[in-house]
Ligand binder design. Structure first.
Ligand code: IPE
Ligand code: IPE
Ligand code: MG
Length: 238
């Protein structure tokens, strides 16, 4: 029987392996990204069905700007198309959408699509879906450091009163709890500049499955695995 008391409140996912999936199917990389959107749909459904409250997905990293222009353009087009197409369904499912990342570095078109979808889904109370777009953890932490320095020099913050909470409150994720579970697909075992602060005590789950093949059953499997973990947070437990 499913022990729902041990369902993670917040699941974060590094959606990796779209390019390799496409290659394995003899297609262009962008085909893999398009199939990846279907996996996002499945992950949202599975998160709601399992009673997960927050789902954060890594869609585009600051480092991804180093990819060929054609792939970046195709990805940005896919974001716009998917955000616009999915917003009504997300709203119907009770999902509220939030984008984290350096949105100033995105095109006006992408920013407009984001603003509209965030507005359309603002009332969702079943699941908070956080999409990391042009995101990197070091960017986020640097922004927080800059904000703290500015406040300190303005005299509104006492440097000696700075705590972990002061930092956390200045991150893009300040409004939400830290992830309980991090999933990374495609067999890579690294964080790739994702939520370095927030993942301090998260359980990590790595699977060989490529993101386009990560369906609802795979999501359930990751949750089952999480339910068997013994989270100790540095304490001694029997
Ligand atoms: C993840 O898949 C999606 C993004 C990074 C945008 P990849 O595009 O990294 O696919 P692989 O890792 O090259 O197979
Ligand atoms: C991480 O995947 C970024 C996203 C999933 C958006 P990458 O494919 O860019 O990461 P590396 O290059 O393997 O570390
Ligand atoms: Mg990759």
């Amino acid at each position: 029987m499913t022990d729902t008391t041990r369902t993670p409140r917040h699941v974060a996912i590094i959606m990796d392996g779209n390019g390799r999936w496409a290659q394995q199917h003899g297609k262009e990389r962008v085909f893999g990204h398009a199939r990846g959107v279907e996996s996002v749909r499945g992950a949202v459904k599975a998160a709601i069905r399992n009673g997960v409250g927050y789902l954060t997905i890594y869609a585009f990293s600051t480092e991804n700007w180093g990819r060929p222009t054609e792939e970046i353009d195709a990805l940005m087009e896919l974001f716009c198309k998917s955000i616009a197409a999915e917003a009504p369904e997300l709203r119907r499912q009770g999902v509220s959408l939030h984008i984290i990342g350096d949105t100033q570095g995105l095109s006006p078109e992408v920013r407009e699509h984001i603003a509209l979808a965030e507005q359309q889904t603002a009332d969702g109370d079943k699941l908070v879906l956080i999409v990391a777009l042009n995101y990197s953890s070091r960017w986020e932490l640097t922004e927080a450091a800059r904000a703290i320095a500015r406040e300190a020099s303005a005299g509104t913050l006492d440097p000696d009163a700075v705590t972990a909470e002061t930092v956390g409150a200045r991150l893009a994720t300040a409004a939400w709890p830290d992830p309980d579970l991090l999933i990374r697909t495609s067999g890579e075992c690294r964080l790739s500049n994702f939520l370095l602060w927030q993942l301090a005590y998260s359980e990590l789950y790595f699977t060989e499955v490529l993101w386009p093949d990560f369906d609802e059953r795979e999501f359930d499997k990751a949750l089952d695995n999480y339910r068997q973990r013994d989270r100790r947070f540095g304490l001694i437990k029997n």
